[in-house]
Design a protein around this ligand. Structure first.
Ligand code: ADP
Ligand code: MG
Length: 768
């Protein structure tokens, strides 16, 4: 293969609003090198770009306009690279662009439609198809999936790990042997014998990536992901094995995070992202310069990993994804203007020009104010810092710091005290903490569910109001907001139809048990949480996509089933035709013998007819079989998309749940009232003793952890926000639920919820 230069393509993402007026133009004639010109209105250029150029021109190998579909991208960009990998050369395809410009869409694909599948699934399909066609060699395919975040590598395919954060995934490190070959320690390679197996691995990695991502660390936009297809080939009888790799890289967002004024953790990330993209740029520039001997691969993890797959004999392709929304430019322009106006207004009101940060002197002054505020014995004293949000924030930070320092000090004292008691106490501190945590979780569950119930009630009332139905009609037409039976049952009934057909349809392969393990996560949820999850799921926007895909899946299943039947018919028809032809031969021979004649040389017309029928049937069989094979891949893909959507839904539920729990902790009157020192209404002596123990041991700790967000009856009465509905709900103190283990607690909680539920439903129906 001739030495390749790096190919750079552009792909423009379709605008959210169709028919936007052009803010870019594509010039395809200019000496055969197409260029993309971005036109920036002059007034806007004045606002946030220092130089006053109105247009920016970039040259690309080829520019794919917004109409280019995934098939076109694959055919033109990925297929040639896959072809060269099949021929034994390494290859790399990068997607480079700002967050939201379509990198993941291009590399992996969209989450909704089968036709939106991206370069990875299409390449896998193509490669496996080609391998099947070529019987001259023995091929083996392995898959690996690596994520690089802040210069650390993580294995997305490690089956042993149930990652809940990126740090839980095995860390991948680079080792270099004396011959300067790169080895990746801890990166697992998985054998994939079929397209489906490889696809399963892709989805497993994507799911791991999604689960490992937390709202704090939006790793997907700040990390690089490298999906690698490792191909080895060997001629039968030969000992020489040829290796080739294809890396499909979804790069971190190319936005310059550092310029947006972030600090701390984010700044570290920004530095790493910008640096690693910068090093990649250096390598690519160095590779594109003729006569450059030194290529700076070692500077970053990514360039080290890709070292043997960039430049030289390798095919390296970059797709610059672009999101050219005029609206974005308009919004930026409007926001810039608004910020300036607000700044001017603020300066006028306060009489001072504000900078980004407070000065040292101002900070010192604030801390002095806080100290004297804390020392002031007067309960009416106030901490006055004026209407400057920077000062208010600083006060809170400082107070938090003081509080944390104090807690650490107290904890140390407590733990040294409790060490002396340990030998007498039958229960260890660890157990207490566990029990307290369980209790806290259950408290939260109850409260979140009660909140949900209230919302449900409100919704039902609104629906009633709107429809103006009479009560009888309402009872028949509305399904109860909570299913009283097993909450899963109804959902499963609807969900199960497609997958159960999948099992009936034996030709469909089994999906990866690894991915199933991920989906099975929610079986570990407590029942209370599952109830909440059901409602959350029902109201979630993604459930529409899931339902749509379920419909499509159903259609595909019936199509596949019908096709399967037709294939069987065709197969038996072929059998019959063959049988008939054989019979005919025998008859002819028998005739020849009996009449003492040679077998006629003239073609037998009847046999000709049978043969052409046979050929026709074979063709039909082949067409149907190919279609069935494609259907099978589509079904598999759709199922994986659905599984992924379900995991996403569950993850969003977890985030929502945690937020609700935090809100409850913050807003609960029990936390804020003085009552919080004794939130427990004990029902048994033993519990009383336990709680005594807890509060005796560490009053501070107990105060910190024990407060029940569920208000005590006493504080309820005082609460001005309490509604008659709330008052009529039996106020079972959560803490009176016996602590006999999770399942017992669960069933009690469910009984408790059911009680509340039925009251709510009665009220809901009765009040109308
Ligand atoms: P990135 O990975 O660069 O952050 P995504 O690939 O996640 O961006 O794209 C952002 C959104 O835009 C997604 O909802 C995606 O489906 C959609 N999108 C991106 N490119 C296209 C395209 N060419 N056609 C249709 N939708 C697209
Ligand atoms: Mg992305």
């Amino acid at each position: 293969m001739v030495k390749q230069t790096i190919q750079i393509f552009a792909r423009v993402k379709p605008p959210v609003r169709k028919h936007q007026q052009g803010i870019y133009s594509i010039d395809e004639d200019e000496k055969l090198i197409p260029s993309l010109e971005i036109i920036l209105p002059r007034d806007l250029a004045d606002g946030f770009v220092n130089n006053k150029r109105e247009s920016y021109k970039f040259k690309f190998q080829r520019i794919f306009d917004q109409d280019a579909n995934q098939e076109t991208i694959f055919e033109n960009i990925a297929k040639p690279v896959a072809g060269s990998v099949l021929a034994g050369y390494n290859g790399t395809i990068f997607a480079y662009g700002q967050t939201g410009s379509g990198k993941t869409f291009t590399i992996t694909g969209g989450a909704e439609r089968y036709s939106d599948r991206g370069i990875i699934p299409r390449t896998l399909s193509y490669i496996f198809e080609q391998l099947q066609k070529d019987s001259s060699k023995i091929y083996t395919t392995h898959i690996s999936y690596l994520e690089i975040y802040n210069e650390c590598g993580y294995d997305l395919l490690d089956p042993r790990h149930e990652a809940s954060s990126l740090e839980d995934l095995p860390k991948v490190t680079i080792l270099e042997d004396p011959d300067q070959n790169i080895h990746l320690k801890n990166l697992t390679l998985h054998l994939a014998t079929t397209e489906e197996e490889a696809l399963n691995l892709l989805f497993l990695g994507d799911t791991n990536r999604m689960i490992a991502e937390t709202p704090m660390n939006q790793a997907s936009t700040r990390s690089h992901c490298i999906f690698t297809i490792h191909l080895s080939s060997k001629e039968p009888g030969s000992a020489t094995v040829r290796h080739a790799k294809l890396h499909l890289v979804d790069l971190a967002g190319s936005e310059r995070v550092a310029k947006t004024g972030v600090g701390g953790h984010l700044l570290t990330e920004a530095k790493y992202i910008n640096l690693s993209l910068h090093y990649l740029e250096q390598v690519i520039i160095a590779l594109s310069e003729k006569h450059r001997s030194h290529i700076p691969y070692r500077n970053s993890m990514m360039t080290s990993v890709l070292r043997d797959s960039l430049g030289g004999n390798c095919m390296t392709t970059m797709i610059a994804t672009l999101s050219l929304e005029k609206r974005n430019l308009d919004v930026i322009k409007r926001l810039q203007k608004e910020i300036q106006e607000l700044k001017d207004e603020l300066a006028m009101v306060t009489g001072e020009q504000r900078t980004e940060a407070l000065t040292e002197a101002e900070l010192l002054q604030l801390e002095k104010l806080i100290t004297s505020f804390l020392e002031d014995q007067d309960p009416e004293s106030r901490l006055e810092v004026g209407a400057d949000m920077r000062k208010v924030h600083h006060c809170f930070h400082h107070l938090k710091k003081l509080l944390n320092d104090k807690k650490i000090l107290e904890n140390n004292t407590v733990s040294s005290e409790s060490k002396d008691q340990d030998c007498q106490e039958p229960l260890k501190e660890e157990e207490y903490r566990k029990l307290r945590d369980i209790l806290k979780q259950r408290d939260n569950e109850i409260n979140i569910l009660v909140n949900m119930l209230k919302k449900e009630k409100k919704k039902a009332q609104e629906a009633l109001h709107l429809a103006g139905m009479d009560r009888r009609e309402f009872r028949h037409s509305q399904s109860p907001p909570f299913r009283l039976g097993n909450p899963e049952e109804g959902q499963r009934m609807r969900l199960s139809s497609a997958p159960s057909q999948a099992q009936d349809f034996s030709i469909l392969g089994k999906r990866s048990s690894l991915l199933h393990k991920k989906i099975g996560m929610r079986e570990e949820m407590s029942l209370g949480r599952q109830e909440a999850f059901e409602i959350f799921k029902r109201d979630h926007a993604d459930s529409v996509t899931i339902d749509d895909n379920k419909q499509i899946l159903k259609q595909r299943f019936s199509e596949a089933k019908a096709l399967g039947e037709s294939i069987n018919e065709a197969r038996s028809k072929i059998g019959h035709l063959k049988e008939e032809i054989t019979q005919r031969h025998i008859q002819q021979v028998a005739l020849g013998i009996s009449e003492n004649m040679a077998v006629p040389l003239m073609p037998d017309q009847q046999e000709e007819k049978l043969r052409s029928q046979l050929e026709e049937e074979k063709r039909r069989y082949k067409t149907m079989f190919t279609r069935l094979k494609a259907l099978k891949v589509e079904i598999e893909h759709l199922q994986l998309l659905m599984d992924k959507a379900k995991v996403k839904l569950q993850k969003e539920f977890e985030v929502w749940w945690a937020e609700e729990a935090t809100n409850l902790q913050v807003n609960s009157p029990a936390v804020n009232s003085l009552d919080h020192t004794k939130p427990f209404l004990q029902t048994s002596d033993s519990q009383h003793e336990r709680s005594q123990l807890l509060s005796n041991k560490s009053d501070v700790n107990a105060r910190k952890i024990l407060p029940s967000p569920c208000p005590s009856p006493h504080s309820q009465k005082q609460s001005s926000t309490s509604t008659p509905l709330e008052d009529s709900i039996p106020k079972t103190p959560v803490s009176s639920i016996p602590l006999t283990g999770d399942s017992q607690t669960d069933s009690d909680i469910i009984a408790f919820i059911k009680a509340r539920q039925s009251i709510l439903q009665k009220q809901c129906l009765g009040s109308n």
